[in-house]
Design a protein around this ligand. Sequence first.
Ligand code: NAD
Ligand code: TYD
Length: 351
Amino acid sequence: MTILVTGGAGFIGSNFVLDWLAQSHEKVVTLDALTYAGNRENLASLKGDERHHFVHGDIGDRALLDQLLATHQPRAILHFAAESHVDRSIHGPGAFIKTNVEGTFTLLEAARTYWSGLSEDIKGDFRFLHVSTDEVYGSLAPDAPAFTETHPYEPNSPYSASKAASDHLVRAWHHTYGLPVLTTNCSNNYGPFHFPEKLIPLMIVNALAGKPLPVYGDGQQIRDWLYVKDHCSAIRTVLARGRVGETYNVGGWNEKANVDIVQTVCALLDELRPSAEGPYARLITYVKDRPGHDRRYAIDARKIERELGWRPAETFETGIRKTVQWYLDHPDWVARVQSGAYRDWIETQYA
Ligand code: NAD
Ligand code: TYD
């Protein structure tokens, strides 16, 4: 048996592939375009492992998809590939429409053709699992209940709008064509291999370099944080036991304001790698807010717990400690991902 993972060289995808192969003998084919966010080094520990096959390619390449599906005959497609950074989507939304909307459409069409041709005895077992975000639901008022799976879609950024569009396509391919799909909508992840353009790794990397820690606006925006390996276990659970056509919200029951996250990172670094210059919190710098910045996200993850028995294993305290320690233990990875393209981005965003 084989699974096809798109975007498996990115942050969550690489954690998923590594965790999968640590627990299963089932083969993985990873398809990744290796954009600035994709990094083969994330999968370096799989070198020489015959259960893993890496393909450098784009989900928008229909001929490649057809060839991969025909050759490897996967029993499931796990679709992580996306443009994923809200700030980049504000500067350049085109790539988000291309990959998240058109790319997902092309992948769905290839999956439909492949699935239609499967013999009746295995057709019912095929799954297309679409990995999505809580950002499709928009922003919550401070006292509003957390997002359930029936919350209206109200995306506010080019990123979340493109992910919402992809969710709708996945839904339609099930209702119209019967493709056996599953969708997960997850809150903010953190953990190993997180590209340092996102809040938590950016703060760790900047603090260690003695650079300002840029907090947007008043820093009181709230996100619900989930350790990436818990997201991976949720996806494995939904793949194994999720009801076809359903969506499952995944979250950490852990709402925190951005500035509190930054303070926590600083306190951990003060403990684990104290600076001679004094506490890292001295570097916190309030900067111009993100346009259209969503104020609060919160996930109601009761459905996945009730139906499938999934709950996160990590608390925020255990997960963030592991994360900070991982960055301290991997200075070479950090140095290598800070390539020219990354430095250009930092220059554009924080100039
Ligand atoms: P990421 O940006 O770290 O990784 C995305 C990966 O997709 C990269 O390896 C990139 O090279 C690849 N990719 C991009 N365009 C491609 C294309 N056209 N064809 C093939 N590969 C392509 O993102 P991530 O944080 O790992 O997110 C993975 C998925 O999870 C995304 O769909 C995202 O919307 C979703 N998600 C992320 C979070 C989060 O907090 N990071 C939360 C919920 C959901
Ligand atoms: P981010 O990691 O970009 O994820 P998302 O926008 O998908 O939630 O940002 C998390 C929060 O942190 C978000 O409210 C924006 C804020 N933020 C900052 O305050 N400063 C920064 O430099 C970055 C990258 C994010």
